[in-house]
Design a protein around this ligand. Structure first.
Ligand code: PAF
Length: 285
């Protein structure tokens, strides 16, 4: 166990459990914020949200190999443990859990957790196996840390729903909290992958959020959600996005097609700008 500055860094489940156990024995509550590191203001907002929910804050930093497809960016995904440590120390975060891959996935481990249906739609369709990777690693993290509350960003809205479903189905004793998406001034949702954008791509990227806002306004005043999604996809291509995976209005709880104003709705999109895949979503008002 090493402890630079005022934050503890632990790399094994045994050390994590020992810290959590000591806090619990003194009556303190624990919040977990799972991350893949390269922390930006969006992550820090999750930590600040967690600080309003519990006495002690654990942030996990683990680039989870099982949620990356064979042609995805696992090898080059941004990693910055020193920068993450400084940012979390400055916020007064208590503990960083930074396990090596062999701690999370020992060679003999076989078990995977999957959330079919909900996990097969949208992101699951375009990134096969992604939510099995996410559900597996989040399940492990929750059982390792046993937090009272766990905080996820609404930026990855389908991930939030998948994790909620898994926690309910498996009776994992934690409360899942969603925290609102943090955006740049021009509306672009903060994401570690924004770092991949060229200057020209960065200038096009805010069109994603603008398109979602326009669709939300239009379907709320009676536009056909399917037609409006198709027009939104065309808008993105015209603006310079290279591939549009989906632009769609869905039921905010089931992610099935939105059936109208009696149900809560969410507009979701995923599109590529060159090599960078961006996702975003907003609620219907
Ligand atoms: O949202 C992320 O950063 C990851 O999917 C998560 C939840 C940390 C699991 O690896």
């Amino acid at each position: 166990m090493d402890s630079p500055a005022d934050i503890q860094i632990v790399r094994t489940v045994a050390d994590l459990r020992s810290c959590v156990h000591n806090w619990r024995r003194s009556g303190e509550t624990i919040a977990l914020v799972p991350t893949m590191g390269a922390l930006h203001a969006g992550h820090l907002q999750l930590v600040q949200h967690a600080q309003t929910q519990a006495d002690r804050i654990v942030v996990s930093v683990f680039v989870n190999p099982t949620q990356f497809g064979p042609n995805e960016d696992f090898a080059v995904y941004p990693r910055d443990e020193a920068g993450d440590t400084t940012k979390l120390s400055a916020l007064g975060c208590d503990l960083m859990f930074v396990p090596p891959v062999e701690e999370m996935y020992p060679p003999e481990a076989l078990t995977r957790v999957s959330v079919p249906s909900l996990g097969d739609l949208l992101e699951g369709e375009f990134r096969p196996g992604f939510f099995t990777g996410v559900a597996t690693v989040v399940c492990k993290l929750l059982l390792q840390a046993l937090p009272d509350v766990t905080v996820f960003g609404e930026k990855d809205y389908q991930q939030l729903l998948v994790v909620r479903r898994m926690v309910a189905d498996l009776w994992i004793p934690t409360r899942i909290e969603g925290a609102p998406t943090v955006r740049e001034a021009d509306g672009l949702a903060l994401s570690s992958r924004n770092a991949y954008l060229s200057a020209e791509e960065r200038s096009i990227a805010p069109t994603l959020n603008r398109t979602l806002c326009q669709i939300a306004a239009d379907v709320t005043t009676g536009a056909d959600p399917i037609v409006r999604g198709e027009l939104g996809a065309a808008d993105l291509l015209r603006a310079g996005f290279t591939v549009v995976d989906y632009v769609t209005v869905r039921d905010a709880e089931t992610l099935l097609p939105w059936s109208g104003p009696a149900r809560p709705g969410r507009v979701l999109a995923a599109a590529r700008l060159g090599k960078t895949r961006l996702i975003d979503n907003i609620p219907l008002p």
